[in-house]
Design a protein around this ligand. Structure first.
Ligand SMILES: NC(=O)c1ccc[n+]([C@@H]2O[C@H](COP(=O)([O-])OP(=O)(O)OC[C@H]3O[C@@H](n4cnc5c(N)ncnc54)[C@H](OP(=O)(O)O)[C@@H]3O)[C@@H](O)[C@H]2O)c1
Length: 320
């Protein structure tokens, strides 16, 4: 099969489009013919400097496709079914083997392209807002990096839950694009001070919940932007600034800071049901999957470079 591989981490041009052996698949695995690959924020970070269990390495968490092989221990999947899948690596290819436990059947009305973006992107947003963020109707939530994949999913889910939704982005144009997904008020953090703006928008109180996938300096400001007894969720390092955070401000405001990693509970019935329900919600038109741009798999380098140019609003896809 063809795959976008690399032998060393670094800039997007580390990608090579090569022939590699087809994945074998173990007894608990399925093998799929990939139809659409969602480039996750973590894929970009992994390509820049993440672990490589072997070389050539195939990066990538999420991909959707058609089952071509089912391991002998798998009871609930059949050849020919449409599924979306999650695995720590292997999405940037024509085929992948994944544990059947991290595959979800795609409803008829949902495309491969939409489904590819669901497990990590919408699953993480849901965990941050509800399971760990305890978001309630009528509360105010601040979504950091609202134009990113998880950010845009979180805006939609928070709005649907009846929250007032604030979000940040690096330009006014990017913020404008978020309004159709449920953004109430945007903060262009390249021009304005985040904490001052949040205070202005919340009658000097701060927000009930912050969902922060940027980390570093931004996470520090997220803690400041939360109200007394506010909750801050940290789930990512999109800002690439691995600064240590001073947690002193938490105690002063009776605030909590919680980390979220979707992978830690992905195999639980609870998360399995959430991802199935999110796929049904997309089929029913209740939430949308914003797709910024599509590239052929052979142009993985260009696609990653496009994401790093900060122009994408929503997900960038690769199509084998
Ligand atoms: N814990 C988990 O289970 C989990 C799950 C999914 C993702 N993650 C992590 O969460 C983070 C966000 O994921 P994502 O998929 O939403 O990412 P994404 O789609 O690539 O979006 C990231 C956003 O971050 C903003 N950003 C801020 N500083 C940046 C910088 N220096 N370089 C590039 N972008 C920057 C950009 O928006 P602006 O230009 O508007 O600022 C961009 O849209 C990543 O670190 C990812 O690894 C963790």
């Amino acid at each position: 099969m063809k795959a976008a591989v690399y032998y060393e981490t670094g800039k997007p041009d580390v990608f090579k489009y090569e022939d590699v052996p087809d994945p074998a698949g173990g007894p608990w695995d399925i093998v799929i013919e990939i139809k659409a690959i969602s480039i996750e924020g973590g894929d970009v970070l992994n390509r820049a400097g993440g672990p490589m269990p072997a070389v050539p390495h195939i990066v990538g968490y999420d991909a959707a496709g058609v089952i071509s092989q089912v391991g002998p221990k798998v009871r609930n999947r059949q050849v020919g079914q449409r599924v979306t899948t999650l695995s720590p690596f292997g999405s940037h290819a024509e085929k992948r083997a994944v544990g059947a436990i991290t595959s979800w059947l795609i409803p008829d009305k949902v495309s491969f392209e939409e489904a590819a973006c669901v497990p990590v992107t919408f699953g993480t947003a849901h965990e941050c807002l509800f399971e760990f963020g305890h978001l309630q109707t009528g509360e105010t939530v601040l979504i950091q990096a609202g134009a990113g994949g998880v950010g845009l999913a979180a805006i939609q889910l928070a709005k649907r839950a009846g929250a007032r939704v604030l979000a940040t982005a690096s330009s006014n144009e990017r913020l404008e694009r978020l309004k159709e997904y449920g953004l109430d008020e945007g903060i262009n953090y390249a021009e304005k001070d985040l904490v001052t703006e949040v205070r202005r928008m919340t009658n000097n109180q701060g927000v009930d919940l912050v969902v922060d996938g940027v980390g570093g300096e931004v996470l520090q400001k997220s803690i400041e932007a939360a109200r007394h007894r506010g909750r801050v969720i940290t789930f990512g390092q999109a800002g690439r600034g691995f600064r240590r955070v001073d947690v002193g401000g938490l105690a002063m405001g009776d605030k909590t800071l919680t980390g979220v990693f979707l992978g830690a509970e992905i195999a639980t019935d609870r998360v399995q049901k959430i991802i199935n329900q999110l796929l049904e919600d997309i089929a029913a038109g209740q939430i949308r999957v914003p797709i910024a741009r599509k590239f052929p798999l052979s142009q993985a380098a260009e696609a990653h470079a496009y994401i790093e140019s900060r122009q994408a609003v929503g997900r960038v896809l690769l199509i084998p």
